[in-house]
Write a protein that binds this ligand. Structure first.
Ligand code: MN3
Length: 256
């Protein structure tokens, strides 16, 4: 038979001991985390991410985008971003175990953090992009259309604004339509490279790649022609689903 009182006493003692243990640990870690910010070398092993398969055939977008462009774009360019993020995390693993001096490790970590922002954003943007094109005559949902009318006046005006912004991006980047839960509003952004000109916490509804690698084989310098054709092939079902998801996103602040 279990003696309830005794077992309660043991539990109490155990809890107290655990409590003291936690307190000791806290004091040690407090002492350890002095202003010097010194950490002992630690071994970490980052997961290796894989390039997802293209959700359709390389030929699916012909004649708007050739199979050759799609194959190079997915198999070479996107793969480089996935490899880049794996290498970034593996390099961070190496910095942790090597315990370099502060000058060496700060420079390495800063440049790795920047590379991470570039490669991770690049990999994610491509996956969003493949899925929000190849729409074959789909239409925005009634709810999304209503929001587009409210924020841009009409679907035609949105298309014109999206084209103008995407066409003007200097060098490499993306035209993007996002939904900001803080503003309850759709916003067009000219993303530079993969990681500049973002709005925090926004839901990405639509992105179009305007890096030259996305169109140069088929359109050379005619970015406008590529954009016009691809914008007629938007997968509005996917964009509408992302909008519905965006509506459920929790706002971080309220500006009303
Ligand atoms: Mn690309």
């Amino acid at each position: 038979m279990i003696d309830i009182k005794k077992s309660q006493g043991l539990m109490l003692t155990g809890g107290l001991l655990l409590g003291i243990g936690a307190l000791k640990k806290y004091q040690v870690s407090k002492k350890g985390s002095s202003n010097s910010l010194e950490a002992k070398p630690v071994k970490t092993k980052s997961y290796r991410y894989k390039l997802p398969k293209l959700p359709y055939d390389f030929k699916a977008l012909e004649p708007i985008v050739s199979a050759k462009t799609m194959e190079t774009h997915h198999n070479k360019h996107e793969e480089a971003y996935v490899n880049g993020m794996n290498q970034g995390f593996e390099s961070l693993d190496r910095v942790r175990i090597k315990n370099y001096n502060i000058y060496a490790r700060q420079g390495m970590r800063y440049s790795l953090a920047r590379n991470n922002a570039f490669n991770i954003s690049g990999a994610i943007l491509h996956e969003l992009f493949w899925r929000n094109i190849n729409g074959k005559g789909t239409k925005p949902s009634a709810e999304l259309l209503q929001q587009i009318d409210r924020d841009f006046g009409s679907l035609d005006m949105f298309m014109q604004e999206f084209f103008d912004v995407s066409k003007k991006i200097e060098g490499s980047g993306w035209g993007a339509l996002v939904y900001s839960p803080e503003l309850c509003k759709l916003v067009i952004l000219p993303i530079q490279n993969h990681e500049d000109n973002w709005i925090p916490n926004s839901e990405v509804l639509l992105v179009i790649d305007v890096w030259e690698h996305a169109y140069y084989l088929d359109y050379q310098n005619r970015r406008g022609d590529y954009l016009k054709k691809l914008m007629n092939d938007i997968n509005w079902n996917e964009v509408s689903n992302r909008y519905a998801k965006g509506l459920k996103r929790y706002p971080t602040v309220n500006f009303k």
